[in-house]
Structures are given as structure tokens and as C-alpha cells.
Design a protein around this ligand. Structure first.
Ligand SMILES: *Cc1c(COP(=O)(O)O)cnc(C)c1O
Length: 226
């Protein structure tokens, strides 16, 4: 099934829109099956899970961190990931910069936008995004490549549209400002139920779990302890 799903999604996505397999709770074997079917980007929410999958899969795919990253996991994270999509504070960016410096790596990152301005959610508030970008761009081992957002969880994908629009506006504004050293090339928005709406609103990276790997069989919250 995974193989068919990857092929169908790759065919369905418009040109210029990249598919990322959101692989939380999936086994390394499932991840490998997706890669063999043509998936090129794996999204992981948990460093621990990524470490396990990386041992099997290695650099046959690009690895993106899409979960909240704790600073004490930054060292392990920079060793594996090609991109951290969830940078939302200067503290985290500084830690990543430091860890990258030690291994001579430049880390590509996205700034996570808390587009719903929800108090419990990760991400920088829209109004604070530009000043964060200005600060982070000074870090020598970090390269800002674009923006990512989740938006509030919604059953109806249309309810996500305003949050995707809001993030797109910030993305376009930053493109306009064109700060030296800052690229605005990647807009990561949309999951299984919302990726079509996200693409309509300008997403060029969609993070798909359920539609690609099937229903998750156990509660992902169980993994939060990792
Ligand atoms: C789980 C997850 C997804 C994919 O969710 P599905 O609904 O299974 O497609 C996308 N982005 C993030 C950050 C996730 O944690």
C-alpha cells in the first residue's frame, strides 16, 4: 500500500510541490518502502525515532525535523537532519548553531510560524517572525530557507485556509524584504487532510503521514516521552 500511495501522491502533486513523508510511529522498514517507491524527504517528529530509522535508511533520503526540538537534543539532531523545520526561538537557533560549528555543518532551517496564535502551540507569533529572522540570520552555521506552519487542528480543511494564507503573506513579505543571507524558497504547509488547500495557498512542501503510510495504529502522544 505504501508503494502505491507514494506513487499516487507523486503523480498528483503539481510541479514544484515536494512530498515529505511524515513518518512518526512508522518502522524503518516502512520508511524504506516509501523511499524505494520514490519518496525523497522523510519528516520525523522525534529525534530518538529518527536515530533508529537513520541507522537503517541512512542518506537514501533527506531528513527533516518536523516536531518540536528540545535544546538538549540539538546535538543528536544536527548529526542526522538535513533541515530543521521547527525553529521558533533564538535560544534553539543558537544551540543548533553551536552544535553545527562543532561538526562543521551548515544547517538549513525553516522558521515555524504559530499562525493560529495559540498559546500552547510551538512556533513564533506572526508579528515576531521578522525580528527572529533578522537575529537568526547572523548565525554563521544556520541558513534560513523558508517558513513552516501547522495551523490549529481542524476537521474541515477549509478551516485551515486562513492560517495558510496568513503564513503565505509573511513568506511573501520576507521575500520582498530580501534580507541578505535569508532565502525564502520553502513554504511547508499541509498534512493529509489539508494539503490540497495548502497547495492552493502556496505550499511547496507538504507533510503527509496518514495518506502515505496508512492510519497510525497507536496514539502518537505516547511518543512524547522520547
Ligand atoms: C503527523 C504530522 C504530519 C502528518 O499528519 P497526517 O495527518 O498523518 O498526514 C504533518 N506535520 C507534522 C508536523 C506532523 O506531526
Amino acid at each position: 500500500m505504501i508503494r502505491e500511495n507514494v506513487k499516487r501522491l507523486l503523480e498528483e502533486l503539481p510541479q514544484g510541490v515536494h512530498l515529505e513523508g511524515a513518518a512518526k510511529t512508522r518502522t524503518p522498514e516502512e520508511v524504506l518502502e516509501a523511499i524505494e517507491a520514490g519518496l525523497e524527504i522523510i519528516g520525523q517528529n522525534y529525534v530518538q525515532e529518527a536515530v533508529k530509522a537513520f541507522e537503517v535508511v541512512g542518506d537514501r533520503a533527506k531528513w527533516h525535523m518536523i516536531g518540536h526540538l528540545q535544546r538538549n537534543k540539538a546535538k543528536k539532531a544536527v548529526a542526522i537532519f538535513d533541515m530543521i523545520e521547527t525553529v521558533d526561538s533564538m535560544k534553539l537557533a543558537r544551540e543548533l548553531n553551536k552544535c553545527c560549528g562543532k561538526i562543521g555543518k551548515t544547517m538549513e532551517i525553516l522558521i515555524e510560524i504559530n499562525s493560529g496564535e495559540e498559546s500552547q502551540k510551538a512556533g513564533v507569533r506572526p508579528g515576531d517572525a521578522l525580528s527572529l529572522v533578522k537575529e537568526i540570520r547572523e548565525l554563521e552555521n544556520i541558513r534560513i530557507m523558508g517558513l513552516m506552519t501547522m495551523g490549529p487542528f481542524a476537521g474541515d480543511p477549509e478551516e485551515s485556509r486562513p492560517y495558510f494564507q496568513k503564513t503565505r503573506v509573511i513568506y511573501e513579505e520576507m521575500k520582498q524584504i530580501n534580507l541578505p543571507g535569508v532565502k525564502m524558497e520553502i513554504l511547508s504547509m499541509g498534512m493529509s487532510n489539508s494539503y490540497k488547500v495548502a497547495i492552493e495557498e502556496g505550499a511547496n512542501l507538504v507533510r503527509i503521514g496518514t495518506d502515505l503510510f496508512g492510519e497510525r495504529t497507536y496514539n502518537e502522544l505516547m511518543n512524547d516521552a522520547l
